[in-house]
Design a protein around this ligand. Structure first.
Ligand SMILES: [Zn+2]
Length: 102
């Protein structure tokens, strides 16, 4: 069998921000910086009843340079210097899988 060609090039991520068109309920994802042309691009995020998150993922760049993956920006790093018992409890709950009893 022929070897598969090398791993396909990973699709570069494009960090997006959800924005609403002023005066309307039209939402769209704004790509701050296109990984190809470094310009700002916009992608429709669906109507007011749609879940904008469903529009995230791989899309073709409007500039035609290739696909990129619409990605939410990373959350700001939490301060983890001091022990916060309340925080720890919160983290515990978040880390608990829902299907533990399955
Ligand atoms: Zn571009």
């Amino acid at each position: 069998m022929a070897k598969k060609s090398r791993q396909p090039q990973p699709t570069p991520p494009a960090v997006v921000q959800l924005m609403t068109m002023p005066g309307t309920r039209v939402q769209f994802w704004a790509v701050g910086e296109c990984p190809y042309c470094e310009a700002r691009h916009y992608h429709p995020a669906g109507g007011p009843l749609a879940d904008p998150l469903e529009r995230l993922g791989e899309v073709a760049s409007p500039c035609g340079n290739g696909p990129y993956v619409l990605t939410l920006p990373p959350r700001p790093a939490r301060k983890k210097g001091k022990r916060g018992q309340r925080r720890d409890r919160w983290d515990e709950r978040l880390g608990e899988p829902d299907d533990a009893d399955w």
